[in-house]
Design a protein around this ligand. Structure first.
Ligand SMILES: [Zn+2]
Length: 334
């Protein structure tokens, strides 16, 4: 997660608004006109029932252990790419290195069975800030993409599955910005799922930060939910995360529709989903809310021992379920 120095109040306000919405059992009873309208649109959409494969907690944690080093210098990032590409090749993928001025992205795809179906991209950044081994930020996201590569790499689906590992997110979203300048990447792209920090929980009262002075009823006084931030113009993508709650073991999911591509709320633009929004491509950010929850954000203490194994596994399963649902769906752009 990229740190921006602008006002945090705006993102808090959006989070507050979204939490109000997320906590509401019946959206039609809410008073906020914008959200009521948008949520109403997605309600009648039938969710496809698809069975998704089960993630492995052991494999997720193994990736995070193997990536337990700072991934900042060119040599460190090269070592990280070697790890990721080796893992992908073991799983039968053919990863490509995509160089840009300041770094190197990794891209891979598995074709769908329906050429008109388009592609779904799942992505995470692999770099860190210079003082942090980044277990949560963002080895956790990389581990989930690798687990999706394992589970869905050889499972035929109508839509194409694409994977990307972005470089230099921490320097200002440089990898994802470079990625979207290649128009070939955007053709036929029907949705993007970006993970940035998906492994941390807190369970002491008040540990999850919420806005001060706003009439918010938090989902709980703990930081045990997964946030999914999406642009309000692509609600079906966001709603693919709603019906993932098939098991009691999965964390609660808070979906946050953001209007106007975050124009009024720049703090929701702090990760690799944002460049896709500006290209008109639907994209969601899946996160544990970063510095609103974890004291280890961008610190040397962001180490594997702080990762909540159960939450990470549940978060990964939520993403796998949503990805399968999107890969099976053939519909207009979502
Ligand atoms: Zn970060």
């Amino acid at each position: 997660m990229y740190r921006k120095q602008k006002s945090i109040l705006l993102v808090l306000f959006v989070l507050a608004t979204a939490i109000l919405v997320g906590c509401s059992g019946d959206m039609k009873q809410r008073e906020e006109p914008l959200v009521v309208e948008t949520m109403r649109v997605e309600k009648p959409q039938p969710q496809q029932v698809v069975s998704a494969p089960q993630v492995s907690a052991t494999k997720l944690l193994a990736h995070i252990q193997r990536l337990n080093f700072t991934r900042y210098t060119p040599a460190e990032r090269s070592r990280t790419r070697n790890y990721i590409t080796t893992e992908l090749k073991k799983l039968g993928w053919k990863p490509k290195l995509e160089k840009f001025t300041d770094g190197v992205n990794i891209f891979a795809e598995r074709q769908g069975t329906n050429k008109a179906g388009g592609a779904i991209l799942v992505a995470a950044h692999y770099d860190t800030v210079f003082i942090s081994p980044g277990a949560d930020d963002n080895a956790s996201g990389v581990a989930v993409v690798l687990e999706i590569a394992r589970l869905l790499g050889s499972q035929p689906t109508p839509r194409t599955l694409q994977l990307a590992f972005f470089d230099r997110e921490e320097a200002g979203l440089l990898g994802s910005k470079a990625f979207v300048t290649n128009k070939a990447h955007l053709q036929n792209l029907h949705g993007v799922i970006v993970m940035d920090m998906v492994g941390f929980t807190c369970y002491t009262a008040g540990c999850q930060k919420y806005p001060v002075g706003l009439p918010v009823t938090p989902p709980s006084d703990k930081g045990d939910f997964l946030a999914v931030v999406g642009d309000a113009e692509h609600l079906p993508l966001l709603s693919s995360f709603h019906n993932t709650q098939k098991s009691e073991n999965l964390p609660p999911v808070l979906t946050l529709p953001i209007p106007l591509k975050g124009l009024l709320t720049p703090d929701v633009l702090r990760s690799d989903h944002a460049p896709f929004w500006y290209q008109g491509v639907g994209a969601v950010l899946v996160t544990d809310t970063a510095n609103l929850r974890t004291p280890h954000y961008h610190q040397p203490s962001d180490v594997p021992g702080t990762i909540d194994r159960s939450f990470l596994t549940g978060a990964a399963q939520v993403v796998v379920n949503a990805t399968v649902s999107l890969l099976e769906t053939i519909s207009p752009k979502s």
